[in-house]
Design a binder for this molecule. Structure first.
Ligand code: AHG
Ligand code: MN
Ligand code: MN
Length: 342
């Protein structure tokens, strides 16, 4: 008699989102559909990322974005894919993107009853596109305040990170993963290219309390605040009891550095520098979403003194110093910031 082995059940992103829909008291499926739309755009971007070395899509566009940085073709492509997916999905009112100076209001017949606004860094780590090193996408979702009607304004985005309803990132690496939270833990999905689906591979992700990795662009050392200089020296000191010295790892793609530290334990720091008093990273679509994920995974995110999620945004492209990762490591860095840089 033929005995069939029990099938190993795998859970796709789509199934998982539907199963978790009941987690939200007010949800009628809108947030689920929004997450689904982001997952679809991520697959399209992934396709282009994978053939970036082959097609004429690689390289500079010869234009600069609102931050004055060189814009690459993939940045533009990714921006268009995410905005198009959000536009046709019908659940998003407006988007704040790193690649657009102003917010993008979505005026489509299907979006008339939309309740959410999205902040996005469509292509993070763009300096790594040309050299086949991991890049990413970061997104953050807010529910628009109930008492607001009419056209979307900047005010709809000036909400503290603690009010995010969902946030996530996609890493286009040796495999492609989508990691997200809706405030009930963090789950990671790996894209299976043979079926074209994100499958649950990292359920209930937790950042180790402590790690052995520190990630910072030490080329800027001379311009760092004293607290950060002291912390770097602390990481490099010999101490058997705390497994120091730590190893230094810096990819230069925030998503990739954060993802590695999420899994292995570590700290990522982009502090203020003499040149940029608020650091380089953007609050709305880099620091806040990753801070939400870090906290949901048991980690910590700070501007050196205060919780990132409590920073009141004042502009769309606002920058903020970022200390993020393993709880104890961020606490130690904060302690040295308070002592030497307050
Ligand atoms: P983006 O490509 O979206 O502009 O982001 C780049 C960011 C971040 O991904 C990375 O950690 C950081 O810039 C690297 O900056 P430095 O080159 O100054 O270290
Ligand atoms: Mn970025
Ligand atoms: Mn970017």
């Amino acid at each position: 008699m033929l005995t069939l082995k029990p099938l190993r059940r795998f859970i796709t992103l789509g199934q998982f989102i539907i199963e978790r829909q009941t987690d939200f008291p007010y949800a009628k499926g809108e947030l689920s559909r929004l997450l689904r739309d982001i997952g679809i755009a991520a697959k399209l971007v992934n396709r282009e990322v994978n053939k970036a070395g082959l097609a004429d899509i690689l390289g500079d566009m010869g234009e600069t974005n609102v931050q004055g940085e060189d814009q690459k073709k993939l940045d533009v492509y990714a921006n268009e894919q995410f905005i198009n997916a959000l536009r046709s999905g019908g659940e998003c009112l407006a988007v704040a993107s790193e690649e657009n100076e102003d917010l993008i209001e979505i005026e489509s017949p299907v979006s008339q009853n939309a309740k959410y606004v999205v902040c996005i860094d469509p292509l993070d780590g763009s300096s790594n596109i040309d050299v086949n090193v991991s890049i990413g996408t970061i997104f953050s979702i807010y529910r628009r305040k109930n008492d607001r009607t009419g056209s979307t304004t900047i005010e709809d985005f000036m909400i503290k990170g603690s009010e995010q309803v969902a946030a996530g990132y996609v890493i286009y690496g040796s495999s492609t993963m989508l990691v997200y939270t809706t405030g009930k833990g963090v789950n990671g999905f790996t894209l299976d290219p043979s079926i074209g689906e994100f499958c649950l591979s990292h359920p209930d992700m937790k950042i180790p309390e402590e790690g052995l990795l520190y990630s910072i662009n030490e080329g800027n050392y001379m311009h760092f605040p004293n607290g950060v200089k002291k912390y770097i020296k602390y990481c490099q000191e010999e101490d058997k009891a705390t497994n120091r010295p730590y190893s230094s790892r810096y990819i230069g793609s925030l998503v990739a550095d954060f993802h590695r530290n999420m899994i292995k334990g570590g700290i990522y720091i982009y502090p203020s520098t003499g040149k940029s008093p608020n650091g380089k990273l953007r609050l709305l679509y880099e620091a806040n979403p990753l801070a939400f994920i870090a906290e949901q995974a048991g980690g910590k995110a700070s501007n050196g003194f205060d919780r990132i999620l409590d920073v009141q945004p004042e502009s769309l492209h606002q920058r903020v110093p970022l200390f993020i990762g393993s709880n104890k490591m961020v606490e130690k860095a904060e302690e040295l910031m308070r002592t030497f840089s307050a």
